[in-house]
Ligand binder design. Structure first.
Ligand SMILES: *[C@@H]1O[C@H](CO)[C@@H](O)[C@H](O)[C@H]1NC(C)=O
Ligand SMILES: *[C@@H]1O[C@H](CO)[C@@H](O)[C@H](O)[C@H]1NC(C)=O
Ligand SMILES: *[C@@H]1O[C@H](CO)[C@@H](O)[C@H](O)[C@H]1NC(C)=O
Ligand SMILES: *[C@@H]1O[C@H](CO)[C@@H](O)[C@H](O)[C@H]1NC(C)=O
Ligand SMILES: *[C@@H]1O[C@H](CO)[C@@H](O)[C@H](O)[C@H]1NC(C)=O
Ligand SMILES: *[C@@H]1O[C@H](CO)[C@@H](O)[C@H](O)[C@H]1NC(C)=O
Ligand SMILES: *[C@@H]1O[C@H](CO)[C@@H](O)[C@H](O)[C@H]1NC(C)=O
Ligand SMILES: *[C@@H]1O[C@H](CO)[C@@H](O)[C@H](O)[C@H]1NC(C)=O
Ligand SMILES: *[C@@H]1O[C@H](CO)[C@@H](O)[C@H](O)[C@H]1NC(C)=O
Ligand SMILES: *[C@@H]1O[C@H](CO)[C@@H](O)[C@H](O)[C@H]1NC(C)=O
Length: 425
């Protein structure tokens, strides 16, 4: 019993003692923070004397650009952007600031490489080194700074690949490595960066092409503008680029994205014609709504024919574009999994196609704000799951009838489940 007790104590305490004793050099405190900062000052050319107040007459926590955590005078933030600071290397002593969460040295003239020792900054959340003259590769060790949310390395002279290990940074939200000389390969591990909301890669070695090999890209609600880059689609499964300012044509190479399951490019300003996406055999959701895409009767035929290859398709949103001409009867060959098919707010005309009784899963078919000449085929009344031709309408049927009279081309259908009443016009 006694022995067991001792053994347990050993098991409980020995590893910790061992750990501490092997880390003697890492006895970092506010004094080593202060030394590290003074060392930094000595290494850096400071033409505007921004660091002149960094001297022994005051606590380093009061120094310009330095913030400390409450209580223990450990440095939590070092923010010295745009001060004309210059050095042949980013002083590696900064890695002694082991409680650092923010390092912002952007818009200066730092040369040399990002110190490997930064891997010791395990509490780091933001590393902002953009617009300097930093060269070499992105250190793999950064992937050990597990708290990193923001990495700004844009506008430097970095070379090499994006380390696949960065895919371990599960909290990463922002990665800007644009305007460097990186080779254009995004590691597959980046598919694990599910918090990533901003990924900027433009203007690197193979400008403007960056080969995306990972399975997910989520950049919705950003200020991404300009072109949809070509050749980036090869093995992507999900692309969410909605609510940006993309204003290019949809590149033909997108049709090569044969693995795509979800493609949401809605609410941009995409130009040109509706794309042909017949290679996307796994496509479940296609949202091209609220753009500036146009079509003709002939193109509608091609598009619907090509989409008939997408047998998994459930959501097809083409609303609020400039689609014109007639819809082909081959619309009826779209996937029988179709749940929502949004065509509203376009310039479509002619007879509305027949054959919708195939779509037993269809729930919504908003087609208002078009110029269809015929009534909706009564077959839609046979769809078991059907709710609305126009979604998000509330109120009684009587109100809707009034609405119908006012808007000539507004076609509404409501299937009241309780009474099996079908109304359409
Ligand atoms: C030290 O810094 C303070 C400002 O923080 C400044 O007033 C003082 O002149 C400096 N002393 C020396 C010796 O540079
Ligand atoms: C870095 O610091 C500068 C100057 O304080 C600031 O304008 C900039 O927003 C900071 N960068 C980031 C990404 O926080
Ligand atoms: C601070 O960093 C330097 C260089 O990286 C190192 O030699 C030194 O031992 C560190 N100081 C402490 C107290 O760990
Ligand atoms: C990076 O820049 C420094 C200073 O300009 C230079 O000495 C070094 O050779 C460069 N390293 C690489 C890998 O380009
Ligand atoms: C980080 O990622 C690499 C390769 O992407 C992987 O081999 C490694 O096990 C990961 N390391 C940790 C600590 O998660
Ligand atoms: C970028 O890399 C290429 C090939 O490695 C090299 O030829 C070129 O000089 C580099 N450009 C810059 C600006 O460093
Ligand atoms: C993503 O992370 C999981 C678990 O951390 C790992 O098993 C998987 O290999 C990673 N995927 C990629 C593409 O790195
Ligand atoms: C699709 O990919 C192949 C092979 O990479 C390429 O030759 C072809 O041009 C691509 N198609 C389009 C439309 O970009
Ligand atoms: C549909 O898929 C078949 C078989 O892969 C292919 O030959 C055909 O070109 C595709 N059709 C369209 C319209 O893309
Ligand atoms: C639907 O597809 C079948 C087989 O490809 C074809 O024979 C038929 O004509 C198509 N229907 C319409 C309405 O295009």
């Amino acid at each position: 019993m006694e022995h067991l007790h001792i053994l347990m104590i050993l098991l409980l305490y020995f590893p910790i003692v061992l750990y501490c004793s092997t880390n003697k050099v890492g006895a970092l405190d506010s004094n080593t923070d202060r030394e590290a900062l003074l060392h930094f000052k000595n290494m850096v050319y400071d033409p505007r004397k921004a660091l002149s107040g960094w001297n022994s007459s005051s606590s380093h926590c009061t120094w310009f650009g330095v913030s400390c955590t409450n209580g223990d005078n450990r440095v939590s933030s070092l923010s010295l952007a745009g001060l004309g600071l210059s050095a042949t290397a980013i002083p590696s002593q900064l890695s002694n600031l082991s409680t650092l969460t923010v390092l912002n040295l952007s818009h200066n003239l730092f040369y040399g490489q990002i110190p490997e020792e930064f891997s010791q900054l395990t509490l780091l959340q933001s590393i902002i080194l953009g617009t300097n003259s930093i060269n070499g590769t992105i250190p793999v060790g950064l992937s050990q700074c597990y708290g990193l949310r923001v990495i700004h390395l844009e506008n430097n002279q970095l070379t090499g690949n994006l380390p696949s290990e960065l895919g371990n940074l599960s909290r990463l939200e922002v990665l800007d490595v644009s305007m460097n000389n990186l080779t254009s390969i995004i590691p597959p591990t980046f598919g694990n960066l599910t918090s990533l909301s901003f990924l900027a890669l433009a203007r690197n070695q193979q400008d403007p092409k960056f080969y995306l090999q990972h399975v997910f890209i989520g950049l919705t609600d950003n200020d991404l503008s300009g072109e949809l880059q070509t050749d980036i689609w090869t093995s992507l499964q999900q692309i969410f680029l909605a609510n940006n300012k993309l204003d290019s044509f949809i590149p033909g190479s997108l049709s090569n994205a044969s693995q795509i399951q979800q493609l949401d490019l809605s609410s941009n300003n995409l130009q040109g014609t509706l794309p042909l996406l017949g290679n996307m055999k796994n496509l479940v959701k296609l949202n091209l709504g609220v753009n500036n895409l146009f079509s003709t009767t002939e193109l509608n035929l091609q598009v619907m024919n090509s989409l008939s290859n997408c047998t998994q398709l459930e959501y097809l949103m083409l609303n609020s574009n400039r689609l014109a001409g007639e819809l082909p009867s081959s619309v009826a060959n779209l996937s029988t999994n179709l749940k929502e098919f949004c065509l509203d707010d376009n310039f479509l005309s002619g007879r509305f196609p027949q054959g919708f009784e195939r779509f037993q899963n269809l729930m919504a078919l908003p087609i208002h704000k078009n110029s269809f000449t015929s009534e909706i085929p009564s077959s839609i009344g046979k769809l078991r799951n059907f709710r609305y031709l126009r979604r998000k309408e509330t109120g009684s049927l009587d109100q809707f009838r009034k609405y119908l009279v006012i808007l000539q081309d507004y076609i509404f259908l409501h299937w009241d489940i309780t009474s099996s009443l079908v109304e359409f016009q």
